[in-house]
Design a protein around this ligand. Sequence first.
Ligand SMILES: [Zn+2]
Length: 267
Amino acid sequence: MFPTLHSLLHAVRRSLGLAGPVPVRLDDDEWVALQQEVPFIRILSPPEATLLRERIGEFLARKTFVGIGLDLAPWQQQLIAAYACLPILHLGIASYRNWKTLVVYPDTFAPTQEWVDEAGVAHSAVVPQAGEAWERGPVVLSWADVCTDGAVIVHEMTHTLDAANGEVNGFPPLPEDLPPQDWTAVFSAAYARLCREVERDEEPTLDPYAATDPAEFLAVACEYFFFAPAHLRAEMPAVYRHLAHYFRQEPHRYGDEIPAQRPGAGA
Ligand SMILES: [Zn+2]
């Protein structure tokens, strides 16, 4: 019996390390329960919800969860995976191939941050963080923050997408049909505008944390894109358009604001 083309291709992909592990299958009860915990799933179109369910299964099969000070139940991993897979719904799980581990703390964690100021003096301080992503992982999250605002997961996932071409700098690898010079022009102008607003103490268009640097600007803009699309589309239409092109999604079709809080989680 000769191997089929399909099985040959699969063997080649496996030998090259391209074929991932078999996706985890969410059973119907788990899927229904997850829709209760993650409100945005219920407003996706049926084909997109089906696609999300597949992505979650791929995500769970490929990523390792490490709970520090808490045991993560399957439903908690599924909840994190649901938010994490929203940005890559149409990009594919391979977009996250550069990292493998999610570290989850029960509450806001406080890593020691070290930096050197303009005078060359080294500082070190404990700064509470809701989430953190490094170039090749792990992604670090706080379960408490995930429950009150799932957008923090999208924020960290954006950093990992941004990191896929080496640096976390607000310039992720772009599809061929999205000219890099257009991306740079649009995001540079929007970032400069936000920095100006913050400097002048004006009402900032986005959360002022986005004025930290271009990488944070992109991550915060993506939070707005998925969960407050009407605001981003009205205030920074070119940024919205570029993100819609990049993610191949138009979240404003689902509503002006999209809930990102776990039902019952204290605000
Ligand atoms: Zn960030």
